[in-house]
Design a binder for this molecule. Structure first.
Ligand code: SAH
Length: 257
């Protein structure tokens, strides 16, 4: 698969990793939101097996480890991200609760019916929401849960500029009701969904970028590709601020039936 081909299309993956590893998350989210989503999942125990797919540097992995007793397999294609996750997990004494894996999410070496819970924040878009839900389903035990966050339209209609931006970058974007229906059709009981609040985008994600732009550009000797990449991020942030009433990340929680 063409890594990170959607929003960051055309940019070098190592460069993307160098940028995003300077911030604590690689997509909109927060510990509060991860805990809220976890609250919809009953019956987790110390023997639960959890997969965290597209884990990045492990913002949500650490929250999952702190708030469950189970074992987490954290997967990402970016070695730079996984290295940081391992470092953070060791520092917090959570190393023995988390196994890391550098692998593509469309090539997971998992056995069927092995997991109690599959988690994926801000990453299922890489496979496509529907495709990811269908592909990963076999790795869940019967009655197991999936929790994913996915960018979604939160109004029925929206201005053309933002519609065009998202259709260009992620054609799978759709309304919340559509995403729930897709989840149901993929073989899950839709258990819950909620819209992530604005602080997931600003305070916990976009705002953190202010401090890293300079050191990042310096590292890349202010070359054109790095400048273009930063510019694309800034454009995305400006669009979010202008059109945040129309879209957000939404958490979807389903149970394998
Ligand atoms: N869950 C994290 C990261 C989300 S960003 C958070 O919310 O902070 C998306 C992540 O998917 C990045 O870490 C990126 O390296 C990873 N990724 C991109 N392509 C991938 C692939 N094909 N397989 C697995 N991970 C991939």
């Amino acid at each position: 698969m063409n890594e990170e081909k959607k929003l960051v299309e055309g940019f070098d993956y190592q460069m993307i990793i160098d940028f995003y590893k300077m911030v604590s998350r690689q997509g909109p989210g927060s510990a509060e939101v991860t805990k809220k989503a976890l609250g919809f999942i009953p019956d987790l125990s110390d023997s639960s097996k959890i997969a965290d797919i597209g884990c990045g540097t492990g913002g949500q992995t650490m929250t999952l480890a702190r708030n469950t007793g189970g074992h987490i397999t954290a997967v990402d294609l970016g070695k730079g991200f996984i290295d940081l996750l391992k470092e953070n997990a060791e520092k917090e004494g959570l190393g023995n609760r988390i196994t890391t894996l550098i692998e593509s999410m469309d090539n997971l070496p998992f056995s069927e019916n092995g997991f109690d819970l599959i988690w994926s924040e801000g990453a299922i878009y890489i496979m496509g929401y529907e495709n990811g839900l269908r592909e990963w389903r076999r790795f869940l035990k019967q009655g197991g849960y999936i929790a994913v966050s996915e960018v979604s339209w939160i109004t029925k209609e929206r201005p053309q500029e933002i519609e065009e931006f998202w259709n260009r970058n992620y054609a799978d974007i759709n309304t919340v009701s559509n995403k729930i229906e897709v989840m149901q059709n993929a073989g899950y009981l839709p258990v819950a969904h909620f819209i992530q609040p604005e602080n997931c985008w600003l305070e916990h994600f976009y705002d953190l970028m202010d401090d890293i732009v300079e050191p990042f550009l310096q590292k890349y000797d202010y070359n054109q590709e790095a400048k273009d990449f930063v510019e694309s991020q800034m454009r995305e942030i400006a669009l979010y601020k202008k059109y945040k009433d129309y879209y957000s990340y939404v958490f979807y929680i389903g149970q394998k039936i």
